[in-house]
Design a protein around this ligand. Structure first.
Ligand code: C2O
Ligand code: CU
Length: 462
């Protein structure tokens, strides 16, 4: 069929010449200078993971838990992470959202060889920008991320902090179905397209988790009335979720690690696959719930109780409102990449669509091609790049760019700096970025089922 960079298992020495060409730049060790060093070890291994009381799944984990060990560092730290692979399949770690040298990006067959069973690899980077990130395997992602190979990475900023600071990683599982089977069936399952734009995967997953736990097993947030918390949400799954807060309790802080300013009152936020949203939450008088819309199927599984020390735990209320009636608001990044529409050196039209491949079922295309036949975005260092993305299909495509941040012009004239943009059916966005980080960088749909079946291209520096 085709070779996805999520699937490739090139052995040492097989990386192509352009990667070797850039090694003069890349082979130098990262200069940590006098920065504090933070070291971690992550072991990929099989684990029986109790997803809810009395119900376990066969998971693949970093250090035995889902999500994997929470990595917290300070802005400016030099980070070293040793990956050991105790699984029977090759793995990697991709540092989602972190701007780092290309050879540390964790994409098998593109930036490194996958780490084989029994082997190790050390990742190193400088945590330049504060914010919420996450890490996950980029080897056969649709399977490996699904099975639990992900975890949070928080780069704390200097200065004053709220009383609480918590990460919530959202995900969905197919507890009652045979996941391997879907992989084999591939496009057939993807082919069931009744209903709206999220229909493709919805029917395959039956259990929704927050930090690896479902339903009553979800860890409550414990804080007292009037206390504040920085809540960092990460969507590690393949479905769009709605975060619902008690009215007036929350203020947006950052999206994809970029500080934002929001205007107006808002209590419902959408979070796309791969996206991160940070909010400042203030606990009200009663016990509260933060969760997905009650109208969404299985939303019971997605509620985070916020309890105070004297909680009986009985008078919990769902305070979310229908997004249709929630007051509209918008947000803009505090620091823009470009103050005005920049002069562009490279323009690229990206059309996202679905296709059929004889005998293989559904494929996901960029400009009518599947990776690696998709046309690359060819740049030179220093270029200002414009990409017009249009979704001609019927499903959401959360498009994620590695190694860079881009600026999206928002409808109301403001602009947002991100590394992932969810392009809904029929939507178009124009994004701008500066090609300032040499290497080969993936630009792909973060519904990894789509990426593994073609919706990937590469920003390629000549
Ligand atoms: Cu979360 Cu290619 O990335
Ligand atoms: Cu997609």
């Amino acid at each position: 069929f085709f070779q996805s960079p999520f699937m490739q298992e090139k052995s040492a020495g097989e990386l192509n010449s352009s990667e070797q060409g850039q090694s003069i730049l890349d082979i130098q060790p990262i200069d940590a200078g006098s920065r504090p060093t933070k070291q971690f070890e992550l072991t990929a291994k099989e684990t029986d993971w109790e997803i809810q009381t009395g119900e376990s799944v066969n998971a693949w984990t970093y250090n035995g838990t889902v999500p994997g060990e929470a990595l917290r560092v300070q802005q400016g730290d030099f980070v070293q992470v040793e990956l050991h692979n105790e699984l029977e399949v090759p793995v990697t770690i991709h540092w989602h959202g972190v701007i780092l040298p290309n050879r540390m990006d964790g994409v098998p067959g593109v930036t490194q060889d996958a780490v084989e069973p029994g082997e190790s690899f050390t990742y190193e980077f400088i945590a330049e920008d504060a914010g919420t990130y996450w890490y996950h395997s980029h080897q056969h992602s649709s399977l490996q991320v699904d099975k639990g190979l992900y975890g949070p990475l928080v780069v704390e900023e200097k200065g004053e902090k709220p009383e609480h600071d918590e990460v919530f990683i959202l995900d969905e599982w197919a507890v009652n179905q045979d996941r391997e089977n879907w992989t084999n069936m591939g496009g057939m399952m993807m082919g069931s397209m009744q209903g709206d734009g999220e229909a493709d995967t919805k029917e395959m997953y039956d259990t929704f988790t927050v930090n690896g736990k479902a339903g009553d097993a979800i860890d409550p947030l414990r804080m007292e009335e009037g206390e504040t918390a920085r809540l960092r949400f990460v969507n590690a799954g393949y479905q769009l979720h709605r975060l619902v807060f008690p009215e007036g309790s929350m203020e947006m802080l950052a999206v994809d690690a970029e500080p934002v300013q929001s205007s107006g009152e808002r209590n419902v936020l959408e979070i796309a696959p791969g996206e991160r949203i940070d909010v400042l939450y203030t606990k009200g008088k009663d016990d509260e719930i933060i969760g997905e819309m009650p109208s969404v199927e299985n939303s019971q599984d997605m509620q985070i109780p916020v309890l105070s020390s004297d909680s009986s735990g009985e008078n919990l209320q769902v305070t979310g409102k229908d997004p249709a009636t929630s007051k509209g608001t918008s947000y803009a990044s505090k620091d823009l990449l470009f103050d005005t529409v920049p002069d562009v050196d490279v323009s690229y039209d990206m059309n996202l669509s679905m296709g059929m491949n004889m005998g293989e079922g559904m494929i996901w295309q960029i400009n009518d091609r599947v990776f690696p036949e998709t046309p690359p975005i060819q740049v030179e260092k220093g270029d200002i790049v414009k990409v017009d993305i249009t979704n001609e299909g019927r499903l959401n495509h959360p498009m994620h760019l590695h190694g860079h941040r881009f600026q999206v012009e928002a409808e109301d004239g403001g602009a947002v700096v991100k590394d992932l943009i969810n392009v809904k059916p029929g939507e178009s966005y124009t994004i701008y970025f500066e090609a300032d980080n040499k290497g080969e960088w993936l630009f792909h749909c973060h519904d990894n089922n789509h990426a593994d079946r073609g919706m990937v291209t590469i920003v390629d520096y000549t």
